[in-house]
Design a protein around this ligand. Structure first.
Ligand code: PLP
Length: 402
């Protein structure tokens, strides 16, 4: 008897599929600019010095007990300060329900399940485009999805007018997914003034804002500045939700450390909401992993390690900006006839990713002829091409492909 005879292979994940194809390529010149992970000048993974130091302190001292269902209380406390501010009144008055989550993905997923359970008729408005996994997450939580305008391929910038129209036209009290900073995949963020307008309109429409903040610190180099959108919404009195991740800004990708928080009307409500978030986690994974959470809390509670972390985040953000400038310069030197201004325009392109503007067919050609891998939407990660094996690009061939 074949229980699984009707099981077809799942569709390939558009991002992870790129990595698979890259690994299978035997060309010595291959390069993968599709992966959403920071790399050093040799294309190798980076472990931050602050993380190494925290690990040294843990070594041999960590017991392997379960964390509570809500995760490490200290880690969550420090993580909330990063999003809401060191002196946040919301934190002070216990108005934020928060749990440790399995990185940003886990935070989004627990929120989506919470939304379904307690607002069963609601939908989620998702920007076009977005990180592809957002669609999977809310689909699996059975929350119907709608989209809102975000990116304008014409200007390679934000389609602010259409975004605002969509916000105005959505039914009152709709749920919106917003990228707090360093929008993935476009690298296009609203300006501060635009965030203020969005926040104002959300207030008028009584919408709920769920912020996915996977790149705090990667946009400007300063986590405090990158939390601006959230702070604006809080200033305006919104009760928001927020997913935080240490995958990128602490380089803890595989450790799966993150946090889900929901701002409540008062402490009593926060206690109830937190207990329900834990209830959602319990049958799913019971409790979150301990090691990464301890690394984070050691770093954030030690003033020296925290400043080292801030320096290292800034170092990564600055290097990314430098890579973009270098790529643009090279393309222009090679005589590319296309404008690459958007690549270095800091209003338009922020964070780890950048929409190159390449069409799917051009991406296919980059991959098939030149062994350069990226997702078919043309998203490139800004570690970029600098260290392609021999160090330089084949000028005429590559510019030809652009
Ligand atoms: N949200 C966005 C927008 C992302 O780009 C990512 C990772 O690529 C995540 C969430 C989740 O990452 P993780 O689950 O590794 O924290």
């Amino acid at each position: 008897c074949s229980w699984w005879k009707n099981v077809e292979p799942a569709a390939k994940d558009p991002i992870l599929g790129v990595t698979e194809a890259f690994l299978a390529d035997t060309s010595p010149n291959k390069v993968n600019v599709g992966v959403g992970a920071y790399r050093d000048d040799n294309g190798k993974p980076v472990v931050l010095n602050c993380v190494r130091e925290a690990e040294r302190r843990i070594a041999g001292n960590l017991n392997m007990e379960y964390l509570p269902m809500g995760g490490s209380v200290k880690m969550v406390e420090e993580t909330l300060k990063l999003a809401y501010g060191e002196n946040s009144e919301l934190i002070k008055y216990g108005r934020i329900a928060a749990v440790q989550a399995l990185s940003g993905t886990g935070a989004c997923r627990v929120f989506a399940d919470f939304q379904k359970r307690f607002q069963p008729d609601s939908q989620i408005y998702i920007p076009v485009p977005t990180w592809s996994n957002h669609h999977n997450i809310w689909r699996d939580a059975h929350v119907p999805q709608r989209t809102f305008h975000y990116y304008d391929p014409g200007t390679k910038g934000l389609d602010f007018a259409s975004l605002m129209d969509d916000v105005k036209n959505a039914p009152d009290g709709s749920f919106f997914l917003l990228h707090a900073c360093a929008h993935n995949p476009t690298g296009v963020d609203p300006t501060e003034d635009q965030w203020r307008e969005i926040s104002y309109q959300f207030k008028v429409k009584k919408h709920f804002a769920f912020f996915d903040m996977a790149y705090q610190g990667f946009a400007s180099g300063d986590p405090e500045r990158d939390a601006k959108a959230i702070r604006i919404f809080i200033e305006d009195g919104h009760l928001i939700g927020c997913a935080q991740s240490y995958a990128k800004n602490m380089g803890l990708y595989g450790q799966r450390v993150g946090c889900l928080s929901i701002v409540c009307e008062d402490e009593l409500q926060a206690v109830a909401v937190k207990s329900q978030l834990q209830q959602i986690a319990r049958p799913m994974y019971s409790n979150p992993p301990i090691h990464g959470a301890l690394v984070v809390s050691i770093i954030l509670t030690d003033p020296d390690l925290k400043s080292l972390w801030l320096e290292e985040v800034k170092g990564m953000a600055d290097r990314i900006i430098g890579m973009r400038a270098a790529l643009r310069e090279k393309l222009e030197k090679m005589g590319s006839v296309i404008s690459w201004e958007h690549m270095t325009n800091q209003v338009k392109k922020i964070g780890m990713f950048c929409y190159s503007g390449l069409t799917p067919e051009q991406v296919d050609r980059m991959t098939n002829e030149f062994h350069i891998y990226m997702t078919r939407n043309g998203r490139i990660s800004s570690k970029l091409l600098k260290n392609r094996s021999k160090g330089t690009l084949h000028a005429n061939k590559t510019s030809d492909a652009l």
